[in-house]
Design a binder for this molecule. Structure first.
Ligand code: NAD
Ligand code: ZN
Ligand code: ZN
Length: 396
């Protein structure tokens, strides 16, 4: 039997965490900015000290993958590359010094390290690890090198310390959270980036209060998760702003009470409409799209005196944000956060419990499911505004 067929038969017959002769892993490789991913056979090195190798169970596409996939210049543009940073998997093997997890454990890889040792990880005020700063995101956090080679033996770049568009990946122990296997795999996958970012931003960064008003620019997975977090915190008015009219119906499931489609505002601006709806400006505004102009609109829509704006979008053109100092003098606050201010190792298990206690709604985020072979469809669905999250199953 040809080796490819033997591999196929072998895969169907066994749930094998370990590599063997017949299990050459594959990855969806991006060779050039904006080009379709290609499923290729790859080599995944064994984990070094402080690292683990994970068998990815499923992964999903977040808009940050799309932003970097399109990027064709600058130091953050690196190809060939294995994208993907929202996933769930099982520990296949562990390197030296790893005690936190063992083979067979269910884990979430996360893009933001939580080393537990540096000043930031020890402080409740920060989730931006300074031991592994966000500079080596083309490789591993400790030495910047790659654990992936293509079939010609050439190195391939990592993405955001995770690279989950591969059957197996290697992740630093600082970027891993052990989770309960009670949560269904697809729901767990959502907590690896987008949903945690949104819920965390409402919960931990804004600390939305009972009865407050909230405006959310962009109702993708991140914005909808902000709505879910604001709903859980008792916000009385949650306004969604999105160009896609379908997002109102979807948003209602997550607590969105009002909707603004910027193209239907007639002579008024979105800012004026929000100010009218909230008697002077929303208590909390969130930007979940990634455009500097909308970050400014979010700040302008917040209430003078105490309005707080949280920037979550990754500016898709790398453009700077310009803020009027008068708005700041009026008492407005602007902040932003990676991963919704969440400290991965302590906060994700808390969100898992909230889901298992039927408090956190994760059901409505999964709009599509596809097999790994069809991964490019996940890009089409997100870019066409059809999906919230598309679960990409590695073994189906
Ligand atoms: N801060 C973080 O840690 C973090 C984590 C995850 C994602 N992100 C960023 O958050 C943003 C959202 O990610 P997502 O996966 O939810 O994206 P998404 O593509 O699913 O959602 C974006 C939404 O914005 C809407 N939109 C686009 N342009 C608009 C405009 N001009 N006016 C109004 N609505 C508009 C789209 O219709 C869509 O509903 C991205 O910038 C992503 O990079 C940041
Ligand atoms: Zn993400
Ligand atoms: Zn740290």
């Amino acid at each position: 039997m040809p080796i490819k067929d033997r591999r196929k038969t072998h895969k169907m017959q066994s749930i094998c965490f370990h590599f063997c002769l017949f299990c050459v892993p594959t990855a969806a490789v991006c060779r050039r900015a904006g080009e379709a991913l290609v499923i290729e056979e790859i080599e995944v090195a064994p984990p070094k000290a402080w690292e683990i190798r994970i068998k990815v169970l499923c992964t999903s596409l977040c808009h940050t993958d799309v932003t970097f996939w399109k990027l064709n210049a600058g130091p953050a543009s690196a190809f060939p590359r294995i994208f993907g940073h929202e996933a769930v998997g099982v520990v296949e093997s562990v390197g030296d010094n790893v005690e936190e997890v063992k083979q067979g454990d269910r884990v979430l890889p996360v893009f933001l390290p939580d080393c537990g040792e540096c000043r930031d990880c020890k402080s409740t005020k920060s989730n931006c690890c300074t031991k592994f700063p966000f500079t080596h995101y083309n490789g591993m956090p400790r030495d910047g090198s790659s654990r992936f080679k293509d079939s010609n033996g050439l190195d391939m770049h990592h993405f955001l310390f995770v690279s989950s568009f591969a059957e197996y990946t290697v992740v630093d122990i600082a970027n891993v959270v052990k989770i309960s296997s009670d949560i269904p795999v697809d729901k767990a996958c959502l907590l690896s980036c987008g949903v945690t970012t949104g819920v965390g931003a409402a919960w931990k960064v804004a600390e939305v209060e009972q009865g407050s008003t909230v405006a959310i620019f962009g109702l993708g997975a991140v914005g909808l998760a902000v709505a879910e977090g604001a709903r859980l915190r008792g916000a009385s008015k949650i306004i969604g702003v999105d160009l896609n009219p379908d997002k109102y119906g979807i948003g209602k499931q997550f607590g969105v009470t009002d909707f603004i489609n910027p193209t239907n505002c007639s002579e008024k601006s979105v800012i004026e409409v929000i100010r009218e709806m909230t008697d002077g400006g929303a208590d909390y505004c969130f930007e979940c799209i990634g455009l500097a102009s909308l970050m400014k609109d979010a700040i302008d829509s917040s209430r003078p005196g105490w309005g707080k704006t949280v920037i979550l979008g990754v500016e898709m053109h790398g453009w700077p944000l310009s803020i009027s100092s008068t708005e700041i003098l009026r008492g407005k606050t602007v902040t932003g956060s990676f991963f919704g201010g969440v400290k991965a190792k302590s906060d994700i298990p808390f969100f898992v419990k909230k889901y298992l206690h039927n408090e956190l709604n994760l059901e409505g985020f999964v709009t599509h499911e596809i097999s790994f072979q069809d991964i490019n469809k996940a890009f089409d669905l997100l870019l066409q505004g059809k999906s919230i999250r598309c679960i990409i199953w590695m073994d189906k």
